[in-house]
Ligand binder design. Sequence first.
Ligand code: GRF
Length: 210
Amino acid sequence: MSALAVPLQLGFLASHGGSNLQAILDAIATGTLAAQGRLVICNNSSAKALERARAAGVPGLHLSSATHAEPDALDTAMLEALRGHGVELLVCAGYMRRVGARVLVGYRNRVVNIHPALLPNFGGPGMYGLRVHQAVLAAGERLTGVTVHLVDEHYDHGPILAQATVPVQPGDTPEALQARVLQTEHRLYPDTLRRIALGEIDLDAAAAHC
Ligand code: GRF
């Protein structure tokens, strides 16, 4: 793949709140991240992430099985929308669906995701939302955290790009832990993108070393 140009041309996939999307848009607005938001795609037409996109002047699009019943047609529509808006790096920010094969081929080593645990632990199918933090507490872990990784065809599986730890505190509930981990996500995701823009993280090298 050709090297990523700076400012990074970012596309986003989101399903719900989009607080990570917001943290990245804020980092762009304050100049800490050399990037431009080109497009936000949500599979949920009422996602708050679409409101956040609108407020930041970034085009938003609802694409889902409701707009494209055939998975292949949906995958193609997504790829065309991303390309049509000049997206070069695709950022999954709370996207609750698997990224389609056409998008993954079209954006090989150019799709990143954030997961609210220290992968490879507490990831994979079914490990999302509060379930992740419930599992961490049930396992008696003293430390959890956040992982940013490249996306491949398996859930929460691609090469790890960055991690940050979050201590589990006595008496933590899944909700309290989730809220603390989310604060760390809001720092780690923009910071990882900043390191990609600076060339400190090379996505092709990360993929090759896996
Ligand atoms: C975050 O915990 C993220 O790690 C996970 O989904 C959640 C999305 O939160 N993939 P938000 O939509 O960014 O607020």
